[in-house]
Design a protein around this ligand. Structure first.
Ligand code: NI
Ligand code: MN
Length: 224
């Protein structure tokens, strides 16, 4: 059984009986306070960029658990300099891990680290394909990504201001054509307050793609 737990903002825990991945572990300073960085367990931590609401507690968790950080070369280097195990990748690259392969995708956003670039990830996790868009604006090559990868679950930011807003995220879903859309990166602070139900209605009406809204702390069971 594969499960996806939403830990608020853009932090998700994807796991089955064999492997646990953590995406963008922003826990300690997250207003939702859903998990303690010193209690969470994982095998890999995928970090989309160096902004504090994404890199978050990655270094502390990796050092305590021995988990491998997967990120762009600049972020991976930053983490290994602090004593973490890290696997450096970069935009457009794929690599096979024991759970399946990871493709590092474009993300149009600041890197949060000198010389770097923000990214997203397509993760093939024991037969389920998850696209974690990271922080990004809408871009037309999402259509290409939708052609290259048969995405089961697309995790898309809808908060606006720093990333795509709900209207652009509907367009993103139209380009990606995933089986299911899950919104993220909204309602953490007043500046990115959004109504996920209005977004859900629009995607389902216009595109006939189901949207699953996860309350912070909620766990979904994914089908492959
Ligand atoms: Ni950011
Ligand atoms: Mn962010």
């Amino acid at each position: 059984m594969t499960t996806l737990k939403f830990l608020g903002h853009a932090c998700f825990q994807l796991s089955n009986s064999r492997t646990t991945l953590l995406f963008d572990p922003f826990l300690t300073d997250n207003p939702h306070q859903l998990a303690q960085a010193d209690q969470i367990d994982c095998d890999y931590i995928l970090v989309s960029h160096g902004h504090s609401d994404h890199l978050g507690d990655a270094v502390a968790i990796a050092k305590r658990t021995g988990a491998t950080i997967i990120s762009t070369a600049e972020v991976a280097h930053h983490c290994s300099e602090q004593g973490c195990q890290a696997h450096a990748m970069h935009l457009g690259g794929k690599h096979a891990f024991d759970f399946g392969y990871v493709r590092v995708t474009l993300a149009f956003h600041g890197s949060g680290i000198p010389g770097g670039h923000a990214c997203g990830f397509v993760v093939h996790f024991h037969g389920t394909t998850v696209y974690f868009a990271g922080d990004t604006g809408l871009f037309g090559d999402m259509a290409l990504l939708g052609r290259l990868e048969k995405i089961d679950y697309a995790l898309l930011p809808i908060g606006d201001n720093y990333t795509m807003g709900p209207g652009d995220a509907v367009e993103a879903a139209a380009l990606l054509r995933p089986r299911v859309v899950i919104p993220m990166h909204y309602n953490t602070w007043p500046l990115i307050a959004q109504d996920p139900h209005a977004f859900k209605q629009e995607v389902e009406k216009r595109l006939d793609i189901p949207v699953l809204i996860q309350a912070p702390g909620e766990t979904l069971t994914l089908d492959s």
